[in-house]
Design a protein around this ligand. Sequence first.
Ligand SMILES: [Zn+2]
Length: 133
Amino acid sequence: MSTGFQGKFHRQNILSRLAKDLVRRSRSHCELCDHNGVKLEPFEIPPIEEEPYLDGCLFICDGCRKQIVEPKKMIPTHWRCLNNALYSEVPAVQVMSFRILKRLAGSGERWAEELLEHAYLDPELEAWANEAE
Ligand SMILES: [Zn+2]
């Protein structure tokens, strides 16, 4: 069992290998806000599995990442982009969009609530989306 530094290193290794596929999948655009020409990095959707895998990762910019990990810093207008991301053909993007919209709706953003009302997620993806906040 790999833990501590070695485990982290192993994980980083897998993630950097996945990055190649993520570049291709995202066409070098942030998978949430669609920005390009910015630094993009793999982001694992929690709860994370023992080993990172492509379908459990997003390729996103720093602006998006920061707001995901620090919900207090969320800028609601930034997330209007989810209007499109929610209908991405990539399941991981749909799931993360759904979660972020739930957070926004929970903090009183009416537009986010409306988007969610009209959203359709496969039951399987909805269950995944509900696995974590
Ligand atoms: Zn972004």
